[in-house]
Design a protein around this ligand. Structure first.
Ligand code: PLP
Length: 490
């Protein structure tokens, strides 16, 4: 029983936590002793990416047997870089490219691994039930989850995406997904509508006992699942090891990371790495114009009562960052009553205020900044002209925040900017930012971007246009529950 809910004393083994996704009380599973359990982090630095992943995942999810096999099945031959997540110097800083997986987005790192954890967990626990993955996506999770779970024995997956909240390429990636065990459905509304609807459907089905005796059980591929978060811890170690190898620092010196943030999963994985001993200096949370987290980290007040803005970095268009709940738990030394109260207030009143002591603890490690639409475009153009590096809109948000952060920080630790998507996933915004004309549809824009930049279109995106559309369902948010129930029956 190494995992605990953020909202009560409810416990689960790591395997049970992966299979359940969310705790029965609505909380998220956390390992409260992560910082206390000894971990030889230095030994990770000289390992190959897959061996490091195995060692780190064994520590985070100790009950799994055969982690080596699971890691190989997840990653061998699936990423277009031996390094998995290559570190690229850009100016004085480094960019950690997390988008070399099958769908050209950083979600691949976690969602290549999650199906392995789900199927192995099922085997190990002797679970006969089929695991049905329910997922709300702001664009990238959906495709990466479909890619990971399609035709995986003992699983099925239902993905909901906001009808006008994803890019045409993201939509094309999802609605052309093949596989006998997949369903994809558009929801009228924004990502928060979609995510809230899926959470409510999940809770309603669980609490009604509707699945008892059906041979089915629900789980989630959203980053609320600890099986999603754990694989993301790995690349912080890989980046650090690479900096040591390049002589950019001595082992033990801190590194700052700037993370383009939405649901707070990516950056929280950096905090986990820090709890495991890795010399992570500061974690800088970069938001787009939806600056809820920036305001929160500056004031301690989380206030979602504001307009939801649609930006050119849609995977970060989020007002409720689910994984922040885990940070509240860890920073308050496991004060489940506090966390449950904050989450209840957020749900009912749309706002909560953190006690000053907990905020202070968080601010010992976290900084924050945001970037509006104009700054995003300006940054893409400038980094391209001055450094010859082409970045996507999400990464540009992080670049901009990194520049502001460097002006005001103490010290000069090496700085790593996490890059979460290939620029070809957002071709119109990137093309116009570097002076091209975004004409035609997104597929033509990808080609124009390739011509202008001299870079190849990633293999997962090339050829999308010719694929057949297989999923056409569109529903209102209040139809999510009946839709899920009908999927479960068939
Ligand atoms: C999901 C996503 C993010 C945000 O990551 P979180 O873990 O949700 O904070 C940023 N950029 C891209 C491209 C993404 O797909």
């Amino acid at each position: 029983m190494n995992y605990q809910s953020t909202r009560s004393a409810a416990q689960a083994s790591d395997i049970a936590a992966v299979l359940q996704g969310i705790a029965p009380d609505g909380g998220l599973y956390v390992d409260p002793d992560l910082a206390k359990r000894p971990f030889d982090w230095e030994a990770c630095l000289s390992l190959s990416p897959l061996a490091a992943a195995e060692k780190i995942l064994r520590h985070l999810l100790p009950e799994y047997q055969d982690m080596d096999k699971l890691v190989h099945a997840a990653y061998s031959g699936k990423f277009d870089s031996e390094a998995l997540t290559p570190l690229v110097p850009v100016g004085d800083d480094y960019v950690l490219e997390l988008f070399h997986g099958p769908t050209a987005a950083f979600k691949d790192v976690a969602l290549s691994m999650l199906p392995q954890l789900v199927t192995a967990g099922r085997r190990q626990m002797g679970v006969e039930d089929r695991i049905v993955i329910l997922t709300a996506t702001s664009g990238d999770t959906g495709k990466a989850a479909l890619e990971g779970f399609h035709d995986v024995d003992g699983t099925a997956i239902v993905v909901f995406f906001p009808a006008d909240g994803v890019s045409p390429v993201q939509k094309a990636q999802m609605v052309t997904q093949t596989g006998a065990n997949v369903r994809v459905c558009a929801v009228r509304g924004n990502f928060d509508d979609c995510q809230t609807g899926v959470k409510q459907a999940f809770a309603a089905i669980e609490s009604s006992g509707a699945l008892e005796g059906s041979g089915l059980r629900l789980s989630s591929a959203n980053s609320i699942n600890i099986g999603r978060l754990a694989p993301q811890v790995v690349y912080y170690f890989l980046a650090y090891g690479e900096l040591v190898r390049r002589g950019a620092l001595h082992c033990g010196q801190p590194v700052d990371f700037v993370v383009p943030t939405g649901n707070f999963g990516d950056i929280l994985a950096g905090y986990f790495a820090r709890l495991m001993g890795l010399p992570v200096g500061r974690l800088v949370c970069a938001s787009n114009a939806n600056r809820v987290l920036t305001d929160f980290l500056h004031t301690g007040v989380y206030d979602k009562r504001r307009d939801f803005l649609k930006t050119s970095s849609p995977s970060m268009d989020i007002l409720v960052s689910s994984n922040l709940e885990r940070l509240l738990f860890l920073a308050s030394d496991g004060d489940t009553a506090l966390v449950a109260d904050c989450m209840r207030r957020l749900n009912q009143e749309g706002v909560y205020r953190l006690p000053a002591s907990v905020l202070a603890k968080i601010r010992e490690v976290f900084s924050a900044g945001c970037c509006d639409e104009e700054q995003t475009a300006e940054t893409i153009g400038r980094i391209w002209r001055e450094q010859g590096y082409l970045c996507d809109t999400h990464t540009a948000v992080a670049f901009h925040v990194a520049e502001a952060y460097k002006q005001q920080r103490d010290g000069n630790a090496p700085l790593v900017i996490l890059s979460t998507a290939s620029p070809f996933k957002f071709p119109a915004a990137v093309l116009s930012a570097i002076g091209g004309a975004p004409e035609g549809d997104e597929f033509q824009q990808m080609e124009a971007l390739s011509r202008l930049s001299g870079l190849p279109i990633p293999s997962g995106l090339a050829g999308l246009r010719e694929k057949e559309v297989l999923h056409r369902d569109t529903i209102d948010r209040n139809q999510i529950l009946p839709y899920v129930l009908s999927c479960l029956k068939s």
